[in-house]
Design a protein around this ligand. Structure first.
Ligand code: ADP
Ligand code: ZN
Length: 747
């Protein structure tokens, strides 16, 4: 129905992006996706977490007639999205089981009045008879522009969050074949993607797959020291100067409780989260985390789904992650806002042995095999000297050209050394000991230990006894792991970890191959290492001390404004926006409007307070001070031709031919309210309409006064202000004229 997207002015999508969301440019494939949605075509969007999927349906929703229906699995997510949209001045709402009947009804009438652009619903509600009836009315009166299916992988049993309610979504295409569907997911597997297309019956969909490379994340693996808590504390303290939020993942509830309690004792504001806590306590802790009342959440993997917090600055896996895919997802909860963030694994062979033991206790051989394989992947990842990003992306089948310059291995590559002779000593010692012992015993023999057990076994009589005294135990451990890693040695997985030679061990012993291993400084400084300048750089924003102190003030202001409205601070502004403010120090509204993340609404709502704070900061610190201006120059509302649909144009032609609105309705066989809606849109977009002939001048001025008082956003509020003798239709027309006048670009 809408005019093809090719007719868009090339710059107008960008100006709409700035006007509504404050962003300067599109990310990834956002632009082509949006263009395709505007053409009413089905799309599947696969983007990593934090890629910016929501914008792909939110922006088109604002540029087209009718309501976009968003299917979303979690109530918390719906609420979050609606709050964020409202803070950008976009009228959105949700309907779910938490609402009282009255509230749901009033939201429905606002929708039918054409007052709302996006409606979030849970899948289980969609096909109830009463909701279907409501959708029918909505389609009639204001139109449904698109169905957006968020977290679309929930339709697939192959995915990790299968939801039976999502299975019903195939009915959408059956019932509304003409309404396009945009499905969105962060799933990495091909199988789930295929399933989504089939389950939703997408018609000739274009599939957009963005790179899964999260460039802003710094990946590192730290050898877990013998005092892991002290190491954790030190890692966290590196983040405290940036005041960023963090998640610490532990494997057990017990560990979660311990770590959270220890952190509290050390004066760090942290709370636990796991399935053993009551629902209320979990929710309370989560809310405190989202609102920045606490800095850190210590959690089991129960924490994460449904957390939209975009400004998590670090994720630490205190224990081994379960597998590489879940590691990617869990670490990926950091830095959704695109700002630098750091992902750390604390790796220890002790933990590996624990997991191996647990695996050996499994009764199902298939399960055991899969778990074993997943463990090997994590060990490979952790022990590798290859770019971490390359390993992760490779796992998802995405090629990547190392170095990435944002992981420990790329920034501090471990030098490779030839340790063939050491390898031969090690392997022959295993052989001499009869292949019945674990790593530590073999090392004791090599280093000539006088331990009782060695003497009892007469292993001090072996030819390899003491031939490795020149190397530290840590160095031998490193070699042993590298040999296992490279396949020159096996280790039993029955819980005892006995070292066994294999065919490739013999090739080493016969000098047929040489053994090269990465020897990092981590070997000699196994215990707590100071972070290097380069690693620290990636984790924190690079601000001068003055800028940091301004940033800190801006953070407090953001928190204050957020608390006043009971919303999370990131709803007010992202970390990226604050950082830009701290660096550019805008002191006038004009300068403030240039900051990324400042759209029209945020300029009006927050501009004064932020520029004032910055102005005072500059004064107090002897920095250049700019004069304050008088009036706000609004960010111009883009003129986008797709706003007018073909049917609206038809109405306009009939209007121009001299027909009254009721006559047009009659002629076109549609409701008068529909025609009225068309006229409002035409007025708002700047088409010539003689408003005085439609609404008397006196009534116009009453309505205009009401708009000045309560704002243009809610028709209902305007109606309340003018009283019941005014109807929605005339209010809609006058408001359209008001919008047209107030969105004119500044001269
Ligand atoms: P996803 O749903 O893919 O995980 P979101 O839609 O929540 O990601 O977006 C993640 C973050 O990126 C949000 O803070 C959003 O404001 C921001 N964002 C999205 N698109 C852009 C853009 N084009 N420019 C700057 N920031 C963007
Ligand atoms: Zn790298």
């Amino acid at each position: 129905m809408s005019i093809p997207a090719q007719s868009l002015h090339s710059a107008s999508l960008e100006s709409a992006l700035k006007h509504f969301f404050g962003h300067e440019c599109f990310r990834f494939e956002q632009r082509p996706i949006i263009e395709r949605v505007l053409k009413n075509k089905d799309v599947l969007v696969v983007m990593p977490t934090g890629g910016g999927k929501s914008l792909c349906y939110q922006l088109p929703a604002l540029l087209r007639a009718g309501v976009t229906i968003v299917v979303s699995p979690l109530i918390a997510l719906m609420q979050d999205q609606v709050t964020a949209l409202k803070d950008n001045g976009v009228n959105a709402t949700f309907l779910n089981s938490t609402l009282a009947i009255d509230e749901a009804r009033s939201r429905q009438s606002a929708l039918l009045a054409g007052d709302i652009k996006l409606l979030y619903v849970a899948p289980e509600r969609l096909f109830t008879p009463s909701f279907l009836d409501f959708l029918g009315q909505l389609g009639q009166k204001v139109g449904i522009s698109t169905f957006a299916i968020d977290e679309a992988h929930c339709v697939s049993e192959w995915g990790h969050d299968f939801r039976p309610d999502y299975r019903q979504l195939f009915q959408l295409k059956q019932r509304y074949p003409q309404i396009p569907i945009i499905a969105l997911t962060a799933t990495a597997t091909q199988r789930v993607r295929t399933d989504i297309v089939q389950q939703l019956r997408l018609a000739d969909p274009e599939v957009y797959v963005s790179s899964f490379n999260r460039q802003n994340l710094y990946y590192e693996v730290s050898q877990k020291s013998k005092q892991p808590y002290a190491q954790l504390l030190q890692t966290i303290k590196q983040h405290q100067d940036t005041e960023g939020s963090g998640i610490i993942y532990c494997l057990s509830r017990k560990r979660v409780n311990e770590v959270a309690a220890q952190l509290q004792q050390d004066g760090i504001v942290a709370l636990p989260y796991h399935a053993g806590l009551s629902a209320e306590e979990r929710e309370a802790n989560q809310t405190k985390f989202i609102r920045d009342d606490i800095q850190i959440i210590v959690a089991t993997i129960a924490f994460g789904m449904g957390i939209n917090k975009p400004d998590v600055r670090f994720v630490i896996h205190y224990d081994l992650p379960r597998n590489l895919e879940s590691y990617y997802q869990e670490a990926g909860r950091a830095g959704r806002d695109g700002e630098a963030a750091r992902c750390t694994i604390f790796f220890s062979w002790g933990d590996v042995h624990t997991v191996k033991y647990l695996i050996s206790q499994k009764t199902d051989p298939d399960e055991q095999r899969i778990a074993q394989q997943q463990l090997s992947q994590i060990i490979n990842y952790s022990e590798s000297s290859v770019c971490r990003r390359k390993i992760q992306l490779g796992y998802f089948g995405e090629p990547f050209e190392a170095p990435c310059d944002n992981c420990d291995n790329c920034l501090n590559p471990a030098p490779i050394e030839n340790w063939t002779v050491e390898a031969q000593k090690f392997l022959s010692c295993i052989y001499r000991c009869g292949q019945r012992f674990g790593m530590n015993h073999v090392i004791d023999v090599l280093r000539g230990s006088r331990k009782k057990r060695i003497l009892e076994l007469s292993h001090d009589q072996l030819s390899t006894y003491g031939i490795g005294a020149d190397r530290s135990a840590d160095e031998w451990r490193l070699l042993c792991r590298a040999l296992i890693h490279q396949g020159y040695l096996d280790e039993t997985t029955d819980g005892y970890s006995v070292l066994k030679l294999n065919a490739d061990s013999n090739r080493v012993l016969k000098k047929q191959v040489s053994v090269e291993i990465p020897v990092s400084q981590r070997v000699t400084a196994l215990d707590i290492a100071e972070p290097t300048a380069s690693t620290r750089k990636a984790a924190s924003v690079e601000l001068t001390p003055t800028d940091s102190s301004l940033m800190s003030q801006l953070r407090s202001l953001r928190k204050k404004l957020a608390d006043e409205q009971s919303v999370p601070p990131y709803i007010v502004f992202s970390d990226a926006s604050l950082r830009q403010m701290a660096q550019n120090k805008p002191q006038t509204l004009a300068a403030f409007s240039k900051i990324s993340g400042v759209g029209n609404r945020k300029l009006t709502q927050y501009g004064e307070e932020f520029t004032q704070t910055i102005h005072q900061f500059c004064q107090a610190n002897g920095l250049e001070v700019e004069a304050a201006e008088e009036a706000i120059a609004p960010i111009p509302k883009p003129t986008i031709e797709t706003e007018i649909t073909a049917t609206q144009l038809t109405t306009y032609e009939l209007y121009q031919s001299g027909l009254s609105l009721p006559e047009i309705a009659l002629k076109r066989n549609v409701r008068l309210s529909t025609i009225n809606g068309h006229m409002a849109k035409l007025i708002e977009t700047g088409y010539q309409v003689a408003l005085d002939k439609l609404v008397s001048v006196e009534r116009q001025s009453v309505i205009n006064r009401a708009i000045a008082e309560v704002g243009p956003h809610s028709l209902r509020n305007i109606r309340e202000a003018v009283g019941e003798t005014y109807d929605y239709q005339e209010i809609t027309l006058v408001r359209a004229a008001w919008e047209a006048k107030h969105s004119e670009p500044p001269k």
